[in-house]
Ligand binder design. Structure first.
Ligand code: ZN
Ligand code: ZN
Length: 93
C-alpha cells in the first residue's frame, strides 16, 4: 500500500460515521460496482460506526439506515471526499 493510500485511509478513519455521525468508525469499502469477489479500492472507503457498518440495519445488513436517510452508498462516498478535502484545506494532516 502506498504512503498516500495509507494517509487517505487514516483521514477516512478519523471522520465520524457517514450515516449517524457517531465515533469511532470502521472503514467500509464501497460495494457498488465492484468486481465480484474482490474488495474495492482503498480510495473508495467510507467511515461507518460498527452499527451502521455491520449491525442488523447497517450497510452489510438490511440497509435500513440508508433507506431512512434516502441515501445511496455513492452519496456517502461523495460526502466522505468532501469531508476529507475540507480537512486537508483546513490543514488537518
Ligand atoms: Zn453510524
Ligand atoms: Zn464494509
Amino acid at each position: 500500500m502506498s504512503a498516500a493510500t495509507k494517509r487517505h485511509l487514516a483521514r477516512v478513519a478519523a471522520l465520524p460515521c457517514a450515516l449517524c455521525g457517531s465515533m469511532p468508525v470502521e472503514v467500509h469499502h464501497l460495494m457498488s460496482g465492484r468486481v465480484p469477489g474482490r474488495r474495492s479500492s482503498d480510495w473508495l472507503a467510507i467511515p461507518l460506526c460498527p452499527d451502521c457498518h455491520r449491525g442488523r440495519n447497517g450497510i452489510h445488513g438490511q440497509q435500513a439506515m440508508l433507506k431512512v436517510m434516502r441515501k445511496t452508498e455513492l452519496d456517502l462516498l461523495a460526502e466522505t471526499f468532501q469531508r476529507v478535502c475540507a480537512g486537508i484545506e483546513r490543514g488537518q494532516a
